[in-house]
Design a protein around this ligand. Structure first.
Ligand code: GUN
Ligand code: FE
Length: 503
């Protein structure tokens, strides 16, 4: 019970032995009994399966397996700024905090057509350290797959790819394209559309050499967003993505903030909408991740759905920068594929568990917003749709964090769940225990060690202290989502390889 059998060769799940409970979004993580054999026992012979590792979760230690989290939108170079945004909103936040921090990840060419160095070793030492830190921290929070925006700099972007490969995190790596001098600062931009394209190709080539099969790390074409990109660069990037078989993934931002939407309307008067700008440049594809999508019109939602483009919901960021609340429950009802993003550092936290929590919270406020009520009174005959149906449940938020994210990166057959044949991208969660060190809360030894409360928090995982041992798994999971953090993440596997464990 509570055992995952994983192929030692492919890292894919060959079998398991646990009771499945609850609704379908949870399929597969429930554990019973057992214990953790973190080294794995290879070449075992379990019910005819050979050459398997077995990994176990122990119910008596309050442990269970959960699919690894998928962060469908995160800016690696902004990690040093996490928590720093004052009371800014998107456009002044970019200018005040974001472009300055990103510009430190390399030097930009000073002459058009001058190519950048490409080797990761050419990146500044500080960039390597910061990228190593963001990969460590996201792994520690259970993120087994991330879609990263890097910066315009080729060496540092290539270094981020190499770090993900070495540390074993599944990743999409995007060199950020931004060549529009009307919006981008002179100190931080591509000098022309051609430079933007050729630097993008350099990074794609590097990643394809690093990981020829794309087993772990893949390139993703990354026009930052419409205002930072000239029309020729948008056209060239759409063509570039389509020139591969299968086409490359694409990521960008869309309709995050109302001033941004108005700006795009001004800058692209020929387009019917913000979404249409991307569509006109062949950037709206089934492999496109659109981050935020807070303020989409009905027509834009229809277009997103028609092109099967995906949405990354970034609720922590949308609240922090005061961008608004994306109507995610509606998107799901409309058949749009949605996953979660931390959007560090628009988002203040590298944790997808935090994003799941914020997705629940913001959905509970949605019915109180004028925009949402107005939208529904225009599109529906009655106001009945603002009746609580916009709220996301804890189960749905976890679905977005795993299976939803997997669908956003077109990997729903391989990751995001524990079906047999799927890749073992997993985390071992341990919930809190009543007493951590066995000492009586009244004993002087316990107090000398920092006190029983401190020792519970510092030496053990937090959340879900099931004092009477009567809670259902559903209840335990709710407490984990509302009060858990990285201290609950005991170990993390990507492709069957253990890539993080808590000491
Ligand atoms: N729009 C353009 N660039 C960015 C960015 O770095 N973060 C967020 N949240 N929105 C953006
Ligand atoms: Fe972003």
């Amino acid at each position: 019970q509570g055992i995952l059998w994983v192929s030692a060769e492919s890292g894919r799940i060959k079998g398991y032995d646990w009771k499945v409970q609850g609704d379908e979004a949870f399929t597969g993580f429930m554990s019973k009994n057992g214990w953790v054999d973190v080294d794995g026992r290879t070449n075992g012979n379990l019910g005819g399966a050979t050459n398997v590792k077995i990994v176990e979760a122990r119910e008596d230690k309050n442990e269970f397996f959960f699919p690894g989290f998928i962060d469908t939108h995160i800016h690696a170079p902004q990690y040093p700024n996490a928590g720093l945004f004052g009371s800014s909103t998107l456009l002044d936040w970019l200018e005040t905090y974001t472009f300055p921090v990103e510009s430190g990840f390399g030097t930009q060419p000073t002459v058009k057509g001058q190519s950048q160095a490409q080797k990761p070793e050419d990146a500044p030492e500080s960039a390597l350290l910061k990228y190593d830190q963001v990969v460590s921290r996201t792994l520690a929070h259970g993120t087994t797959c991330a879609s990263y925006f890097a910066t315009v700099h080729v060496p540092a972007t290539n270094a981020l790819a190499a770090i993900c490969q070495t540390r074993g995190q599944r990743a999409f790596i995007g060199r950020v394209c931004m060549d529009e001098p009307g919006f981008c600062p002179d100190y931080y931009r591509d000098l022309s559309a051609e430079d933007s394209l050729s630097a993008t190709k350099d990074t794609i080539r590097y990643i394809h050499t690093l990981d020829p099969k794309g087993a772990l790390v893949k390139p993703i074409v990354t026009p930052r967003f419409a205002p930072t990109c000239s029309r020729p660069s948008l056209t060239a990037l759409g063509q570039l993505a389509a020139s591969y078989n299968p086409p490359l993934h694409i990521q960008t931002h869309i309709a995050e903030n109302k001033n941004e939407v108005a700006l795009v309307k001004d800058l692209f008067p020929e387009a019917e909408s913000y979404t249409a700008v991307y569509d006109q440049h062949n950037l709206l594809t089934p492999r496109t991740i659109l981050a935020h999508a807070v303020h989409l019109s009905k027509e834009e939602r229809t277009l997103v759905k028609a092109r099967d483009a995906k949405i990354s919901h970034c609720p922590a960021s949308n609240s922090a920068l005061g961008s608004g609340i994306a109507p995610v429950r509606d998107y799901l009802n409309e058949g749009i594929t949605v996953g979660l993003g931390t959007d560090v550092s628009g988002g203040y936290s590298p944790s997808i568990l935090e994003a799941a929590r914020q997705a629940c919270l913001s959905s509970r406020l949605l019915g109180h917003t004028k925009d949402y009520v107005e939208y529904h009174s225009h599109t529906c005959n009655s106001s009945k749709s603002v009746d609580g149906a916009e709220k996301l449940s804890v189960a749905e938020s976890l679905y977005l964090a795993t299976r939803g994210g997997a669908a956003v990166v077109n990997m729903e057959d391989d990751i995001g769940g524990f079906e047999i044949g799927m890749i073992m991208d997993a985390q071992l969660i341990q919930l809190g225990s009543v007493r951590m060190n066995g000492a009586s809360p009244l004993s002087s030894t316990a107090n000398m060690n920092g006190g029983p409360c401190t020792s519970l928090i510092q030496s053990g995982p937090v959340g879900n202290v099931d004092i009477f041992g009567t809670e259902s798994w559903e209840e335990k999971i709710q407490k984990w989502v509302w009060s858990g953090d990285d201290r609950n993440v005991k170990a993390v596997w990507v492709g069957g390889r253990m890539v993080h464990w808590r000491v």
